[in-house]
Design a protein. Structure first.
Length: 112
């Protein structure tokens, strides 16, 4: 019964979000895109599809605790805690200067 309740709450949330954001996406698209880029106006259902596609491509709503990338963050935190202070400084310096040929070019420009 608890799973049914959670599923119901999630579905209700998704319906409310879709009902709120879809008209906003549609109105913004129809206001800006035809005037700026000469594109066609879109319908409600096309804007719902566009909203769903953008959520899939750009991360979407984080409905679960921890969101996306929680495992990666946890592993990085564990590694950071196991590093010595010297290793942490070396890692931080490497992150500041980038890595590979792009980081080398950036650090050479900074030195000049």
């Amino acid at each position: 019964m608890r799973h049914f309740g959670k599923l119901f709450v999630i579905l209700l949330f998704l319906v409310i979000v879709a009902a709120g954001f879809t008209p906003a996406v549609q109105h913004l698209w129809n206001w800006l895109m035809p005037a700026i880029f000469g594109l066609h106006m879109i319908t409600y259902w096309q804007s719902l599809g566009l909203l769903g596609l953008s959520w899939l491509l750009f991360g979407g709503p984080k409905l679960l605790p921890g969101g996306r990338g929680g495992h990666w963050r946890h592993r990085m935190r564990e590694r950071w805690e196991q590093m010595t202070p010297e290793e942490r400084e070396k890692f931080s310096a490497g992150m500041r200067h980038g890595c590979g040929k792009f980081g080398e070019a950036k650090s050479k420009r900074a030195e000049s």
